[in-house]
Design a protein around this ligand. Sequence first.
Ligand SMILES: [Zn+2]
Length: 751
Amino acid sequence: MRILKYCFLSVIFISTSLFAQEPTSTKPQGHTDQNKFRQMKDLLATPNETRTASGAPGYKYTQQQVDYVMDIRLDENTSQIFGDEKITYHNNSKDHLQYLWIQLDQNMRAKDSKTPDVKEESFKTPFNSAQSFTKNNLQESFDGGFNIEHVKNDNGSDLSYTINQTMMRINLAKPLAPGDTFKFEIKWWYNVNNHVTQGGRSGYEAFPDGNNTYVIAQFFPRLCVYNNVEGWQNMQFWGRSEFALEFGNYDVKLTVPADHKMEATGELQNPKDVLTKEQIKRFELAKKSFKDPVFIVTQEEAEQAEKQRTTKLKTWHFKADKVRDFAFATSRKFLWDAMAVDINGRSVMAISLYSKEGNPLWEEHSTRVVANTLEEYSKLTFDYPYSKAVSVHAEMGMEYPMICFNYGRPNEDGTYSERLKRGMIGVITHEVGHNFFPMIVNSDERQWTWMDEGLNSFVETLAELDYDPNYITGNLPKDIVAYMGGDQSNISPIMSQGDYVHQFGPNAYTKPSAALYLLRQTIMGPELFDYAFRTYSQRWMFKHPTPADFFRSMEDASAMDLDWFWRGWFYTTDYTDIGVKDVKQYYLTDKPTESAKERAKRFKMDLADYPGRFIYYAEAVDGVIPQDAKSATDFAELNTYLESLSPEEKAKLKEAPKHFYEVTFEKPGGLVMPIILEITYEDGTVERKKYPAEIWRYNEFEVKKVFKTNKAITSFVIDPDLETADVDTTNNAWPKDDATAFSKFKEKVKG
Ligand SMILES: [Zn+2]
């Protein structure tokens, strides 16, 4: 280096030691060192041949397959469903299975269900309407549990089984060996619940015209997941935490009144038996309509249909491969429309089924929102692999493969609020989006609600903003501030099982969604994030990922150490709070300052022996720069040094700074996060700086930064766009008493 030519060695030693920055220690007394950047080895399972350290499935990864052949009959008069179900269970694992576990979700509504027993009751609402009083005090409790008529093997002999609430164990005579299949059948029926008056994710809605719309799901005994992380996933269904299901092939025949219109998971096998020639023709038109939906059944036709009632029956036959579940919707009341969506050169159908009560909102938005959702999600994950996605109007929000049930009902006169319209667009985007998480990227919903709800709410947010850039999503970092900064006794980490958390919505939906949004926008940037997120999605398409597979994939594909982020946001209830604690101004002087003398004393050195040698930084008292402050050009030795440089070296030099600031950032919040800083200069220009979260690695409470500028700085504002979910913004601006900077910021906070 050329600098050696000029300086003598001892001064180099002195100057580096004298003026080097040393980490300051401001750690509160009694604080144990919980390094926020320590790796997650203690939290994640050790990688192995089934799940690799990169987050991808390993070469020994296996999963079970379960195929169903079902004959289902709906009795509209009694609202009962009857099923003959043939199951083929493929044991692809390397384990011998002594028994099989089956989910009986409807038993949550059985007479002896324990679900109501664990619900707290009180007279917190000390009054009832006549309707609620009747429901609460006069009505017999509804018996909606499964009636299992028989469980037989494929020779027709009875199998031994045990039912524990919502779970049924089939006791095998001899263990099922690896690679073997087991065939058996279950015959069952149950009373369908009214999902409007009795609640639920499946059931019927009764209309004053005497007709019902049926949205039927979780309606047949379904195999539990067996895998290398849970064994059998047979945690009870309490009504909240959703389902863990295996992939398989479905062949389902559904017999319903002949005047019903139906949609279900899978492809219709017998359109000629169940559709009119006209309807088939309209479907063909819809397949070519990429801009607007085409009516298969118009409102006029639907209104005509609901005035009559046939006693005849029709059987609809659907087949679906590689799905994890099956659901259907059926009613004579339904209008039906469809349009095509271009997914990377392949046509997929976007379809809606709704009663006239959903109009005019539904014919305007439902199918278009389905189409937009498939397009947007495909961009961020993988090309939607199924042939269709259906949105059914049902005053709830619930998802199944290729079909989902959504709310959004206008007033009787057809008017509706913007809020209702927004809610409907939101729920359709969300539920159709669930086709990706967890219907295809098939995480364990019973155990980890956030893996489908959080990831889905995040992609939903991006899709909604694409449908309408002014959409108010409610899933952004600023939307989670009140929750994260609230009463800690009511908050659980995201990494919690859903049945056991307070504030389920913020816990499993908003917070993970906001976390991923800020991970994309603020921490990783869309380019790195999107590649990694797509990598995770494609690695685990049609497989069962765990949280570790997600965390690892996001790091593996981006070269970012995000352990601090997962640890803070997913495993703790810490929140973000970063502020400007102090701003000191400095000026240049040739007189040794007290702190310089102090520092020199340590090296047994008297700065008076080196007149003119050093340039001292002196702190401005109350921000006032004294008259005799120097500028860089006043220092003879500096000038001589600069003169000695070659023309090329000189050309590379910057103009000497005139203003010097030392800013102390404080972090009262437990989360480490990047510092996003907006600096405003005296001439009104504004500059942004972003310091990575690692700025807190040596001291997570306080950190200093120096700003050397030619223009005076008039304000510092932290997180000006509210990207980091900072729970207390009163410490975000300097100067605190600067009315303009701070009130401008406060306005933004309110917005
Ligand atoms: Zn959801």
